[in-house]
Ligand binder design. Structure first.
Ligand SMILES: CC(C)(COP(=O)(O)OP(=O)(O)OC[C@H]1O[C@@H](n2cnc3c(N)ncnc32)[C@H](O)[C@@H]1OP(=O)(O)O)[C@@H](O)C(=O)NCCC(=O)NCCS
Length: 170
């Protein structure tokens, strides 16, 4: 299996994959809107026998707090074709994404997701660092942060904001 950056030819397959994995079009539409509006995305695909079987997207987030506005990346969405889930494809996509963002010198990655899944990659509850989610009613344990630059843990706290395409979609 190959993990690589998305290309223009992948766009329809990525849409279909997200729709299939989530059972709705919401996430697929967000991916398309972000691609249209946002320059600094990291969009990786997992390709097996020429077919796209997994996708992961990272888009810019900002945390506004006492230390000013600090930029990082938000992981969302992430999807693997239902018939090949639990075979390690998601793990490979996420590990590659973390590696790329580390090289690009981002300080942190935020995620809103399964609390049994992301801690194995080093994600911790964001509330441990007084980082709050912009949306009301999100359970504490599902909003998580992975520090790529540990020296920033003392300097980042406050309200985390995702791109407006996420809020517009719901
Ligand atoms: C979540 C997802 C991307 C993981 O991809 P994957 O290739 O299946 O993941 P991996 O094979 O690397 O890891 C498997 C582990 O993921 C976890 N996992 C997979 N699906 C899960 C789910 N729906 N809920 C909680 N944990 C899940 C399990 O802990 C599993 O480990 P196990 O098989 O030992 O129980 C994939 O299941 C998926 O596309 N789900 C539907 C869309 C989704 O929920 N996306 C995430 C939004 S935050």
């Amino acid at each position: 299996m190959i993990i690589r950056q998305e290309s223009k030819e992948d766009i329809e397959d990525i849409y279909a994959l997200n729709e299939m994995a989530f059972g709705q079009k919401l996430e697929a539409n967000i991916v398309d809107k972000l691609r249209d509006n946002c320059e600094n995305l990291l969009s990786l695909v997992a390709v097996e026998n020429g077919n796209i079987v997994g996708h992961i997207l990272f888009s810019p987030v900002e945390i506004e707090g006492p230390h000013g506005v600090i930029k990082g990346m938000g992981l969302a969405p992430m999807a693997v074709l239902p018939n090949v889930q639990r075979q390690g494809i998601g793990t490979q996509l996420l590990e590659r994404g973390i590696e790329e963002l580390r090289k690009l010198r981002y300080a942190f990655i935020l995620v809103l997701g399964h609390h049994e899944y992301y801690p194995r990659f080093g994600f911790e509850k964001a509330s441990l660092y007084e980082i709050k989610c912009q949306w009301e009613g999100i359970p504490d344990e599902v909003f998580m942060i992975l520090w790529l630059d540990k020296s920033m843990t003392e300097k980042v706290s406050g309200l985390a904001k995702y791109r407006k395409e996420f809020t517009d979609a719901v």
